[in-house]
Structures are given as structure tokens and as C-alpha cells.
Design a protein around this ligand. Sequence first.
Ligand code: SAM
Length: 291
Amino acid sequence: MKVRENYNRHARGRRSSRTADHRLNLNARKSVLLEKIKKDGKTHTHGNFACGRGQDALKIMHTFKNDRVDVHNFDFSDVGLDEFKSRSHKHPLSAATHITWKFNCTDLRDWECETPEMFDSASCFLAFHYLNGSENFLRNLARSMKSGASAALVFPDSDFILAEMRRAIEESVEKKDYYAFGKDHDENHLFNIFFSYDHYSAFNSGTEPKLTYYFSLEESISDVPENIVLKETFIEDAQKHGFEVTLCQNASTMEIPDDLAAKMRIDKRRGLSKYEKYALSLYLCVIIKKL
Ligand SMILES: C[S@@+](CC[C@H](N)C(=O)[O-])C[C@H]1O[C@@H](n2cnc3c(N)ncnc32)[C@H](O)[C@@H]1O
């Protein structure tokens, strides 16, 4: 299934409580990243890339609530953008902030930045792995950002995925064409990843440049092909386009400050359950700073 069709189709999906826990954990990490990249006390222009249905609107409103901010949202799902528009205008906090929301229906694989040095900060959450393969996005992101501005990204952690792929193959008693991991590991019922053995071997032996796997998330996304974003390659590409990588950390090890945890009603004393930790391990949190 194509990524755009998938996100249009699931734009009004319902969530189970386990999915809600996972979203809350990820949201807390995204909020930490937004706090880190925000520039205090000035007029601010923020680029929110692959913004989806506005899942991050509230986080953005909280982060920038004391500033005058233009938030430029980009996505290629028109259904998602429509939902984002009505969400952001209806939300009570929206009237109390000085945020102007702008929307661009754009395929970021061939996006061209028309206004260089526009953004004071940027975010691209849970989407870079759909944009990789053309270097277009990083090049244009670099062009669109002011010198000294930072961008926060969250995308699947290649170290975790490759280690889990290896483990799935080693632990299997019989040789198979397709292997899977995720489901039922550490009480995780939330996500499942499956991949072809031939494709994995070809990638490992260097005869196949990309490694694609299929990801499904309970009640939400199904069977969307995703490309592995190799951490080392991402860092090299970011540097090539004039970024310094200032943070690169697995989401399961990111600390949530007490005040944020209290605001988001996260009980830090309870800690993460096994499956919550496992599900969070799938993601890498990154900040890149335009030099
Ligand atoms: C998993 S959702 C993430 C949404 C939101 N950023 C979040 O963190 O919840 C991935 C988003 O990327 C968008 N997307 C995927 N490929 C894209 C592309 N080539 N151009 C623009 N948006 C894209 C999808 O439409 C979808 O809204």
C-alpha cells in the first residue's frame, strides 16, 4: 500500500489504551525535544514537517505559548491536513497563544525550499524513514533553516531494528522466507515488523543498497513499507548538508523532566512497563543544528 493512501485511510482511526500509553510515552519525548530546540523570547518561525493530523499541535502550542510564532505545517496527506486545520483552530489553547498556523500539502521527497533561512526551529516526527532515499529533504531542510537553528527528529532506530532482525533469524528453529519480530516480545502487542530473509541477506552482503521492512502498529498503520535509516548514514548526510548532530539517543533512555511528567500526567515512580520500554526502543531521538 502507498504511504499517502495509508495515512489518508487511517486519518480517523481509534486507539486502544495500549496504543494511547505508547503515544503518551512518545509524546513526552517529542515535547522534550521541542523544548530543547525552541529559541526563547523572540518571534519564531517553526517548520513542522510531515505533520500528520495535528498530533503535535498541542505540544507545539505548549512549547511556544509565550512567543509569537508562525508554524508552517507540511504533509502530503490532504485528509490529515484538513483534520489538523480544524483541530488547531478549535482547541481552547489556540486562542490563548500567538500562533499562526500555515498549511502546505507537499510531497517532501520533491519539496523545494523557496525561502532560504526561514525557520528558527523545525521538527520532523515519525516520518523521516518515509523520506529517505532521496537526499532532497535534508538538503532543503538545511536551506530552509537559519544558521544556529535546530531541528528535532524522531525515526526508527536502525541499531535496534538490525539487532532484532538478527535475533529473529537466530532464534527461529526453521529457515523461513519471512521473519518477524515485535509482537509478543516483552509483552509487546503493539507493533510488529516483518522482513524478507533474502532482502536482509542481500543488504548485509552489500548487494542491495536499501533495507525495507513492513511495519504494523495495532489498530493503526498496516503493512506500510519502510526504509531503514542507518544511523551512521544519517549522521554523514546531515553533516554533508551543514548540520551538527547535537543529540542522538534511543527514546527508551531519554529522561523526562519532572515538571513535564507532571503536566502530562506521567507517573515517573511507576516507570515504564516491559512492553512500553520495548516499544519505545524502536525510536531514535535526534537533534541537528544548522551551522
Ligand atoms: C507516522 S505519521 C507522523 C505524523 C506526526 N508527525 C506524528 O509524529 O504523529 C507519518 C506522516 O508522514 C507523512 N508523510 C509520509 N511520507 C510523506 C511525504 N513523502 N511527503 C509528505 N508527508 C509524508 C504521512 O502523511 C503522515 O502524516
